[in-house]
Design a protein around this ligand. Structure first.
Ligand code: NDP
Ligand code: GDR
Length: 380
């Protein structure tokens, strides 16, 4: 049963990220007052939510940003006390698995203890009956998979500092639900992507590079493990589930996935085809390459500038991870049956949307260059 949500107040951590941007827009459309926590940075970091920005000098704002950080309890407690949210969506994280091997302690602090800090703030402020809590859990918890496909009851075996930190956050969320009767739940979300995806995650890295290669702006795309298998969905579909999970009578944890799996290699192939490039993959491991087999014209785009026989994809072992998650495939049956949810976007549709967006950006840069634009520079 869906609870009414008129004039509710939501607080989103990680509002400047991919999911935060989609969720903020979604909740605003539902009539929520939306508060977001952003980090201080030396450059603007609000690109993904600038279209939602409201002038602070005008009364009646429904989208309000606060400075805070998941590693700083005082900022979190202050914001939660001020906002008195009905719902908190904890989306903030150092979310890059490979980076977590480089920054394991920070990742543990932000992604693991960060969740605890919010739960404790809710408890200390006496909001356990008012404030519902959503934790952005992850399919990375399954890591070295114990069962295919993975569902809510599949045992965890995390394979990175990121996943271990998220494991703590998962269980502390369950513990606060059981210990204090809080409405707190985990969404165990499988990979979800979009044109707003960070540029160093594999899907976006591919769609961006293929677009630039097609326009002759880049020669080659260097990737790590091409054989990794993932269950990729669209972020727009998945954030709806984050909201739905907080609208139930009882808090429960849910797996969110499409139930369909592809390899990184297949993702590259789909992206290239969108721009008329057919590839042949050959070799193994570090020696694997993707060679152009054919180039076809495609409506609405300039004919791809790469030549038949050219190698445009290579493997660079620097992108391998010390411990890899080779295969992930989710079983979203519980979400379908209890929340009435099915993913709307297929992988080919997702790839098309991402390539379109990245191609348009690359095309703009290309046109500027072709038109002979030269930066004004006093020092030349
Ligand atoms: P992004 O990396 O796009 O966004 C992460 C957000 O967290 C950004 O707003 C970032 O701020 C913020 N952030 C990072 N560190 C801190 C910190 N110490 N304090 C406050 N804010 C911080 O991730 P996604 O939107 O893709 O993912 C959202 C959540 O879901 C993450 O927790 C992720 O781990 C999890 N998840 C994601 C999946 C996916 O496939 N996308 C799948 C499963 C789980 P800034 O913009 O300044 O960097
Ligand atoms: P993942 O996403 O680790 O699944 O975590 P990512 O896109 O980084 O990697 C997916 C798979 O692709 C392989 N890969 C590469 N990855 C990157 N980033 N760059 C490369 O060049 C490359 N080449 C091959 C990886 O080895 C991996 O197997 C994402 C994040 O959003 C997490 O926050 C989230 O919890 C999980 O999804 C579910």
């Amino acid at each position: 049963m869906i609870v009414k949500n008129l004039n509710k107040i939501a607080l989103i951590t990680g509002v400047t990220g991919q999911d935060g941007a989609y969720l903020a827009e979604f909740l605003l459309k539902k009539g929520y007052e939306v508060h977001g926590i952003k980090r201080r940075s030396s450059l603007f970091n609000t690109d993904r939510i600038d279209h939602l920005y409201e002038d602070p000098h005008v009364d009646g704002r429904r989208f309000i940003l606060h400075y805070g950080d998941l590693t700083d309890s005082t900022s979190l407690t202050r914001i939660i006390q001020k906002v008195q949210p009905d719902e908190i969506y904890n989306l903030a994280a150092q979310s890059h698995v490979a980076v977590s091997f480089e920054e394991p302690e920070y990742t543990a602090n932000a992604d693991g203890i960060g969740a605890l800090r919010i739960l404790e703030a809710i408890r200390i402020l006496g909001l356990t009956k008012k404030t519902r809590f959503y934790q952005a859990s992850t399919s990375e918890l399954y890591g070295l998979v114990q069962e295919i496909p993975q569902k809510e009851t599949t045992p965890f075996y995390p394979r990175s500092p990121y996943a271990v930190a998220k494991l703590y956050a998962y269980w502390i969320t369950v513990n606060y639900r059981e210990a204090y009767g809080m409405y707190a739940c985990n969404g165990v979300l499988f990979n979800h992507e979009s044109p707003l995806r960070g540029e160093t995650f594999v899907t976006r890295k591919i769609t961006r590079a293929i677009s630039r290669i097609a326009l002759g702006m880049q020669d080659c795309l260097y990737l790590g493990n091409l054989s990794a298998l993932r269950d990729w969905g669209h972020a727009r579909d998945y954030i709806e589930m984050q909201w739905l999970m907080l609208q139930q009578e009882q808090a429960e944890d849910f797996v969110i996935a499409t139930g369909v799996q592809y390899s990184v290699r297949q993702f590259v192939d789909f992206a290239a085809r969108e721009l008329g490039i057919e590839l042949t993959f050959g070799g193994e491991g570090d020696a694997e390459i993707g060679t152009v087999r054919a180039v076809h014209p495609v409506d609405g785009v300039i004919k791809a500038q790469c030549k038949v026989g050219e190698v445009i994809v290579r493997v660079d072992p620097r992108y391998y991870r010390p411990t890899e998650v080779e295969t992930l495939l989710g079983d979203p049956t519980k979400a379908r049956e209890k929340l009435g949810w099915t993913p709307r976007t297929t992988l080919p549709e997702l790839v098309r949307e991402m390539v379109e967006a990245d191609y348009n950006t690359a095309r703009k840069d290309h046109l500027v260059k072709q038109a002979g634009f030269q930066a004004f520079d006093h020092h030349e």
